[in-house]
Design a binder for this molecule. Structure first.
Ligand code: CTP
Ligand code: MG
Length: 232
């Protein structure tokens, strides 16, 4: 049997409501390039990755120009116009759209377009850590701050025990067959690991990096540019 391959699947069909820019945030320029371009270039340059799939909205008006401006991505990246109403739907639609090109044991690395700080080293570390894993896993960061649960008046209701808590990042890496089953059965999950957990499985936590944070709010833009310009 052939060894399992690794594919990237990038959900990029959101609108970026919390960022509130004039265009969907994945196309917002950051350090001279659209946010999504940073992610596509990183995966396209990673030798472990067989091919990159990006899921955009059926009426996306930006991806064609982005791809036309990046001849080096052609042949490495396929655009799927199958975005859905939620991130979960976009990922599941993407998995179904590539079914004929991917074996059920091949690994899918699902990565947010909104995390442009991902590096080839982080991809390599995730793949190495999960090489022989039966379940799969995700990049995540151990929580370092003391956590408070607040009430409606922004007063502390409780200090939450921090030990053992991690903040989930992406990529989240699971085999195509397992992930398709998990996302089909799950009702409303915000990440792939959440769907896999509902099957009673325990995804592995692999330490990520602060630079791989998700660009969500307007104040995140300057920090993302700082990391991207630093090229570390
Ligand atoms: N995403 C998607 N399909 C959706 C919603 C989100 O593919 N229906 C993607 C986004 O494009 C992004 C990733 O999922 O790459 C993470 O989602 P998030 O950061 O929440 O992005 P948006 O949904 O665009 O932002 P917001 O929630 O602020 O509107
Ligand atoms: Mg969202």
């Amino acid at each position: 049997m052939n060894p399992s391959r690794h594919f990237a699947l990038i959900p990029a069909a959101g609108v970026g409501a919390r960022l509130g820019a004039a265009i969907p945030k994945q196309y917002m320029p950051l350090a001279g390039q659209p946010m999504l371009m940073h992610v596509l270039r990183t995966f396209a340059a990673a030798s472990e990755i067989s091919h990159v799939f990006v899921v955009v909205s059926p009426d996306d008006g930006y991806i064609a120009d982005l791809m036309a401006a990046a001849p080096h991505l052609q042949g490495r990246v396929t655009v799927l116009y199958h975005g859905g109403a939620s991130r979960q739907a976009s990922v599941l639609n993407g998995l179904q759209a590539v079914k004929a090109q991917v074996d059920e044991d091949d690994w899918m690395l699902v990565h947010d377009a909104a995390r442009p700080g991902l590096t080839q080293d982080l991809i390599a570390q995730l793949i190495a850590a999960l090489k022989d894993d039966r379940v799969g896993g995700l990049l995540a960061l151990p929580v370092v701050d003391t956590l408070k649960r607040g009430d409606q008046n922004a007063r502390v209701a409780q200090t939450v025990e921090r030990s053992g808590l991690w903040a989930a990042q992406t990529p989240q890496m699971f085999r195509h067959g397992l992930l398709t089953r998990a996302l089909t059965l799950a009702e409303a999950v915000t990440d792939e690991a959440g769907a896999v957990e509902l099957l009673g499985l325990q995804p592995r936590l692999v330490e990520g990096s602060p630079r791989n944070f998700k660009v969500t709010l307007p104040h995140d833009v300057a920090l993302a540019e700082m990391f991207l310009k630093e090229q570390v």
